[in-house]
Design a protein around this ligand. Structure first.
Ligand code: CAO
Length: 240
């Protein structure tokens, strides 16, 4: 690139490098989704105090079959999709037909050195949390080293983007079209909660951010859907 093509040359030294193939493709898909779908993000929290205690005890007793917060969220999302099938739907491009799926394939956003990839985990209704955790770890490692095929990234019903191992309190995930909703998860925090008779106790709260397609889903249903996920993840047993 010469100085003529570099719009910043007049202001100081600049490094220019071409945008990678994956980042270009993902960028175009995200842009199309963001500009064509009316997004709304609903924020809530799951009380995972007892879940985390059960999970830690399970993982100490079963070091070869660990349960992760993400696996529990996948199962909780499947439970919510079963209870509210409109979240497991896709709108036709002309907006005239709504397809409701009877399968439960969940996409997970994976951060790789080449950009964002979203592998799809099939039939999560028929898998345990330990199976899902193992599969996510294996596919995330593959995504980061050798990449994924289009088949491994297609056919999703609903996606989850977890930044929980990094931080954050909430964000607006972009819907992975033609899906109609995506769940964002940020870091569990210890927070004081007012109990009965005005006592204060410290609870572990997991922030949940659901972006949804407002052409298909209304705000009250989104609030119920996230509550379902929050209550399910709070109650889920590691063996499920
Ligand atoms: N709060 C606190 N800690 C959390 C957590 C949360 N919400 N979620 C996970 N963790 C912790 C886990 O407890 C685990 O620690 P322990 O081993 O001590 O139990 C650790 O983080 C790893 O958890 P995990 O195995 O469930 O996997 P993960 O949460 O790291 O998710 C993966 C895996 C592949 C989704 C993730 O590595 C990744 O790539 N995330 C990025 C997604 C992304 O970029 N989203 C943005 C898309 S828009 O640009």
């Amino acid at each position: 690139m010469n100085d003529h093509e570099n719009p910043f040359a007049a202001f100081g030294p600049v490094e220019a490098k071409p945008v990678g193939k994956i980042q270009k493709i993902t960028g175009n898909l995200l842009h199309r989704s963001w500009t064509s779908i009316p997004h709304v993000t609903h924020n809530d929290q799951a009380d995972v105090t007892e879940f985390e205690a059960r999970r830690r005890a399970w993982n100490d007793a079963h070091p070869q079959a660990k349960v992760t917060p993400l696996a529990a969220l996948i199962k909780a999302s499947v439970s919510a999709l079963k209870a509210m099938p409109i979240f497991n739907s896709s709108l036709s491009p002309d907006g005239a037909t709504l397809f409701t799926k009877r399968y439960f394939h969940i996409g997970i956003a994976v951060d790789t050195p080449n950009g964002l990839l979203v592998p799809v985990f099939r039939d999560c209704d028929r898998k345990s949390q330990t199976d899902i955790a193992e599969e996510v770890a294996a596919i995330a490692a593959k995504a980061r080293t050798s990449g994924l095929s289009m088949t491994e990234m297609s056919g999703g019903c609903f996606s989850i983007s977890s930044l929980g191992h990094i931080g954050g309190t909430s964000f607006t995930p972009i819907i992975n079209a033609p899906e109609v909703a995506i769940l964002g998860v940020t870091k569990v925090v210890d927070a004081p909660v007012r109990e009965e008779r005005d006592e204060i106790s410290w609870r572990k709260l997991m922030p949940l951010s659901l972006s949804y397609d407002h052409r298909v889903i209304n705000g009250a249903d989104a609030a119920r859907f996230v509550r379902h996920i929050a209550e399910k993840v709070a109650a889920i047993m590691p063996g499920e």
